[in-house]
Design a protein around this ligand. Structure first.
Ligand SMILES: NC(=O)c1ccc[n+]([C@@H]2O[C@H](COP(=O)([O-])OP(=O)(O)OC[C@H]3O[C@@H](n4cnc5c(N)ncnc54)[C@H](OP(=O)(O)O)[C@@H]3O)[C@@H](O)[C@H]2O)c1
Length: 295
């Protein structure tokens, strides 16, 4: 199976490379900046045409949620136009595209987990650009799988777990938002699931019910504050210091972009259509913290 991954050093891109290493049935090529930049139309199409993939996986995105409020054109150029071009280039090679999207397409007002039938209502530029990216992908390639995920963390890159772990080690006082609830999702778990899904497409062929949006998220929901406390609790043996963790409201924290209060994603469709479920938070977080403590 020939997998072309768009994005090189992002959390999901790097996890996909790790997951594919040593798998004899997978030839994975990752492409990204500077040679394949989503801002340069044609660069990706050329890379895709040259590699002739069975499946294209697009992990690349403009992910700076707050900065996007001031860089609207850039966010849309990458997350909508770039995503659409990747999907079209895959279609021109008769390859399905697996594309990643976000819980930030929702306004967070629903009291229960969001499923794929719920109407999006993004509150910020990042969420709007990702939602339009979903639509661009779906209209450019009928064989599309749009995976909406949330609260992604990994042993590398820039993420909540690494930031909290570093601040704990430094003994800093932490003020953490306690009125946003979501499902932390471990990038290596996303990568494992994506490879399982790609194998299914490659071995059993495309099925029309695969197309469209599917949520992929960890099974456990909590607030950022409770997530920080869990990181602290499970880090103690890994050398983290003792810091005070103080709950604050989103209003007190005053980030530039509005985040959904409820980001929980239902994964019923992931289980019923693709037979995939992600591991529990405790197991994935322990793996992540172990890897960080070995740096
Ligand atoms: N992080 C989260 O919490 C989260 C939550 C929900 C959904 N998602 C979605 O999940 C997917 C993967 O996220 P992630 O956490 O792996 O993201 P990430 O760590 O921020 O990495 C973003 C990737 O996009 C690439 N990229 C950015 N601009 C590009 C451009 N102009 N041309 C080519 N590549 C470009 C980056 O390339 P470089 O390596 O060159 O920097 C990097 O590989 C994205 O679609 C994101 O929207 C993420």
């Amino acid at each position: 199976m020939r997998l072309l991954v768009v994005g090189r050093e992002g959390q999901v891109a790097r996890s996909l490379r790790e997951a594919a290493a040593g798998e004899n049935d997978i030839v994975l090529q990752s492409v990204g900046r500077p040679d394949a930049d989503l801002l340069r139309p044609g660069a990706l199409a050329a890379a895709i045409a040259q590699f002739r993939p069975d499946i294209v996986v697009n992990t690349a995105a403009y992910t700076a949620v707050d900065k996007a409020e001031d860089e609207t054109d850039l966010a849309f150029a990458i997350n909508r136009d770039g995503a659409g071009e990747v999907a079209a280039a895959a279609a021109s090679q008769h390859a399905p595209v697996i594309h990643f999207s976000t819980d930030y397409v929702f306004d967070g007002r629903k009291p229960t987990p969001y499923d794929e039938q719920d109407s999006p209502n993004p509150q910020g530029v990042y969420g709007r650009s990702k939602l339009e990216g979903e639509l661009a992908v779906m209209s450019a390639n009928t064989r599309n799988i749009v995976l909406r995920t949330s609260w992604v963390y990994a042993p590398f890159g820039s993420n909540f777990v690494r930031t909290i772990r570093r601040k704990l080690v430094e003994g800093q006082c932490l003020r953490i938002v306690n009125d946003q609830t979501g499902c932390p999702t471990y990038a290596p778990d996303i990568a494992g699931a994506t490879i399982a899904l790609a194998r299914r497409l490659s071995q059993a062929g495309w099925r029309s019910d695969y197309a469209g949006v599917t949520n992929i998220a960890g099974p456990d929901a909590l607030t950022w504050y409770d997530f920080a406390r869990l990181i602290a609790k499970r880090s103690t043996s890994g050398g983290a210091g003792s810091s005070e963790i103080v709950p604050v409201s989103s209003a007190e924290y005053s980030a530039r972009a509005i985040r959904p209060a409820n980001s929980r994603l239902s994964t019923t469709r992931l289980q019923s259509v693709f037979d995939i479920r992600l591991p529990a938070l405790a197991a994935s977080l322990d793996d992540c913290l172990d890897r960080i403590s070995q740096e």
